[in-house]
Design a protein around this ligand. Structure first.
Ligand code: GCU
Length: 485
């Protein structure tokens, strides 16, 4: 009995001719065939006709095992394991990058008009459809400034503004509140440029300033809200350098990213997406798109307050920035919303500034598996075939053109592929030049460590790990001075 069945599994009885059978026999079938043979062997031993029962059991065992193996292999086919990260430049697969200056139907983009009217909208739509996703914001969401507190801080050096924003739609007001913290420099004549970025651990962590409210926040790993304590104040202050930014004449604004939407799969039911009419389609926006949307809404509020003379911010000089997943977010926010004057990506890596096709460090497959809620459903189609993507991340950078963009990497942050981050800026250069800027200013290769380079596209790689450091801020401020002052 089994002898007939087993070779069929292994593909041998069906294909007695070895040369024909061989290419069809995958490693997995081979493995299964060995397993089945072992089962048959033990069956043979335990099948003496003295007892019929073991034979019946072994039949069942056999059938169940086959069903199990089939299910396992089907599951494997649907969720193939993610390959280990590659950190070897010589093992980077061959690839051809998509050309930012060629339309999908093969036309060469050789004028700024063609870029602005044809290629840019086309690329934006592709990123929207295939990666970040659309949000069904029909413009009916209202933002109410529920509270606003203003106080002088740092011995008169600056002013702290704290806003409580309530998001609602046509009277529906689930408790969606975004707490915005803003510092503006005092003793500066006129309106000042401002940095705007989301923070990872709550507003109270960006500086030890005891006046920052200890708002309840979402804890992403425990998937629940909690009340922070005073000990957590200033935990991430090195990443924000608030006083340095004020000293250099800039304002700085932030909000906790989980106020917009908590960062876990399923978090959308707790954030602003409750107010959207999402249908669960694969092209719909996910968490990164929502955070980016939130940045634009905070911009709206800053603009309103600046217009009303309640904030001395120059709304035409707002720099959107972000670290890591929030660097992916700042790039997408900056690509979508041309009101952002400068865009900064710090260690944004896969799905941010790093080229997907290099598959160095974190890959598309890895990120979509670990963080399925960040990008849209369509992006998962490219898990095993990044070369099928109709774009690569240099085109995300190009979508920011001609506005200045700064990409920052760190030597030890190999997971984010520093070279891939540099190359995105490098390959966005033709678009910047088409639009009449100096692009990456003739830089031909990746610069040495701690040697910032570039023109309208700026880049540095610093010593150290995945982080935002004082060194990074020095470069961001120098870059902003160069382009805004
Ligand atoms: C993980 C993730 C990265 C992300 C980073 C972060 O490491 O794999 O893609 O940039 O978290 O946001 O800190």
């Amino acid at each position: 009995m089994s002898l007939v069945w087993i070779p069929a599994c292994a593909g041998r009885t069906r294909f007695p001719n070895k040369s024909f059978a061989h290419p069809l026999r995958s490693l997995r079938t081979l493995r299964y065939s060995i397993l089945l043979r072992l089962m048959v062997k033990s069956n043979r031993k335990g099948t003496p006709t003295r007892k019929g029962i073991p034979l019946m059991y072994s039949f069942r065992f056999f059938a169940l095992s086959c069903a199990l193996l089939l299910t396992m292999s089907l599951a494997n086919a649907q969720n193939p394991p993610v390959a280990p990260a590659n950190y070897d430049e010589t093992k980077i697969p061959d690839f051809t990058l998509t050309d930012p200056l060629k339309t999908s139907d093969g036309r060469i983009v050789d004028t700024p008009e063609m870029w602005n009217n044809v290629r840019r909208p086309e690329l934006l739509a592709l990123f929207d459809e295939q990666m970040f996703g659309k949000l069904s914001d029909d413009g009916s969401i209202t933002i109410t400034i529920r509270e606003k507190h203003t106080e002088s801080v740092f011995n008169g050096k600056g002013t702290r503004h704290q806003l409580v924003l309530q998001f609602s739609k046509q009277g529906e007001s689930p408790e969606i509140v975004i707490n915005v913290l803003i510092y503006t420099p005092n003793n500066v004549a006129g309106k000042v440029p401002a940095f705007l970025g989301l923070n990872f651990m709550g507003n109270h962590t960006v500086d030890a300033d005891p006046g920052i409210r200890l708002n309840t926040i979402w804890n992403r790993s425990e998937r629940k809200q909690y009340q922070p304590t005073a000990e957590e104040r200033g935990r991430q202050s090195s990443r924000w350098q608030i006083e340095k930014v004020l000293d250099r004449g800039y304002a700085t604004a932030t909000a906790h990213y989980c106020d917009i939407e908590p960062d876990f799969n399923g978090g959308s039911i707790h954030g602003v997406r409750q107010l959207f009419d999402q249908k669960g389609e694969p092209n719909e926006g996910n968490t990164i798109a929502t955070w980016a949307w939130g940045l634009s809404r905070i911009y709206d509020v800053l603009a309103k307050l600046a217009e009303a003379g309640e904030l001395n911010i120059d709304i035409n000089k707002v720099i959107v920035h972000g670290h890591s997943r929030l660097g992916k977010t700042s790039l997408w926010a900056g690509a979508l919303d041309e009101r952002f004057a400068i865009v900064i990506s710090n260690n944004s890596g896969c799905g941010g500034a790093a080229l997907s096709r290099r598959e160095y460090g974190e890959t598309v497959h890895r990120i979509n598996t670990s963080f399925p809620h960040w990008f849209n459903g369509n992006f998962k189609k490219y898990n095993l075939d990044v070369n099928a993507l109709p774009f690569d991340q240099h085109e995300l950078i190009a979508l920011i053109a001609p506005r200045p963009v700064y990409i920052a990497s760190a030597v030890e942050d190999r997971w984010a592929d520093p070279k891939g981050e540099f190359l995105s800026g490098f390959y966005a250069d033709p678009v910047y030049r088409l639009l009449g800027t100096d692009g990456i200013a003739g830089v031909k290769e990746m610069p040495g460590v701690n040697q910032p380079v570039g023109g309208r596209i700026g880049y540095h790689i610093r010593t150290g790990a995945h982080d935002v450091t004082e060194y990074d801020w020095e470069q961001f401020l120098n870059f902003a001075d160069k382009h805004l002052k």
